[in-house]
Design a binder for this molecule. Sequence first.
Ligand code: FMN
Length: 362
Amino acid sequence: MKNTFGNSVALTLFGESHGEYIGAVIDGLAPGIEINNEYIANMLSLRRPSGRISTQRIEKDEYKIVSGVVNNVTTGTPITILIPNADVKSADYSQIETIARPSHADFTAQCKYHGYQDTRGGGHFSGRITAALVAAGAVCKCALEQKGIFIGTHIKKCAGISDREFCDLLGDIKALSKKTFAVLDDDKSEKMKEAIEVSAENGDSVGGALETAIVGMPAGIGEPWFDTVESMLSHVIFSIPAVKGIEFGAGFSFADMTGSSANDEFKIENGKVVTTTNNNGGINGGITNGMPVVFRTAIKPTPTIFKEQNTIDFKTMENVVLNAKGRHDPAIVHRARVVQDAVSAIVMCDALAMRFGTDFLK
Ligand SMILES: Cc1cc2nc3c(=O)[nH]c(=O)nc-3n(C[C@H](O)[C@H](O)[C@H](O)COP(=O)(O)O)c2cc1C
């Protein structure tokens, strides 16, 4: 399916950056889940831009749930969430309608939709659409917390500056849920923000990496081949615009390890099977082993920058020089972190429902 993802719990996403609404439909969530509006609003506020490190486009994200919920409780039928777009300035895009921003989706959208695509503000490819992902993910994340499953993401790296490692996972996840800029080390947080601001002043952008931990997933979730937990997560993570890489556990550093340093030895602790290390990021053979699921993503620098760039006009088929206008994020990483939490929550709900049935999340 083009805009639908998931098996037992499926998500459909729709909308354009400057259209009337963006939104999501979640199908397959259990009946009887309480909807916590404060929780959804808080997650949306963590994605919202603020200050000089983000776009100046400010949206209130006043979402409406128009189906699937009665008296704040899910009915078990499709939940439709609508979010109006308000602060739009389409004129910024009218002069570059047929000019391909390097690294953005303008040229590929033209190849696929033959000029019928909505080009205003990046249309269907805009980071704006991730607000709907976050609202849907918030419903799922809140339901998971009732089952003792917690998800948190920190900015592992931004503009070459690294945060500290996760240590007390649950404590760190709780702390991150209150941070508007999700860095565990406050000193590094300030340095990253300064680097983003400097880059913005230079008309440029910076990239980074995000690290997510999912704590409390029971062992035995996932399928051995095509719906491994890694493949389900990767599939949905690559739907976040600007994600260009993912690694689980020790990831690419496995390449330099030996079996004896890479293997996660098992032991029984308080009657439970655990591993002494977690290089495999909580997944063996595509299936959760009960340890925290840990993965990292690479987020590219924002494509739209305010420096001259060589590109093409795909209508006139000429080489041109682009001087982009409009309001853009000088970095994406700090806004994408809550999107990463949201999509992870949707996948965990799907994997749990595949294993235990829809009513598990009730
Ligand atoms: C939260 C968020 C905000 C974004 N903001 C911008 C932006 O202001 N300007 C921009 O050019 N791209 C922005 N992007 C990235 C583009 O949407 C993305 O790079 C583009 O659609 C091409 O997709 P790709 O990078 O996955 O290939 C944002 C992405 C996210 C997740």
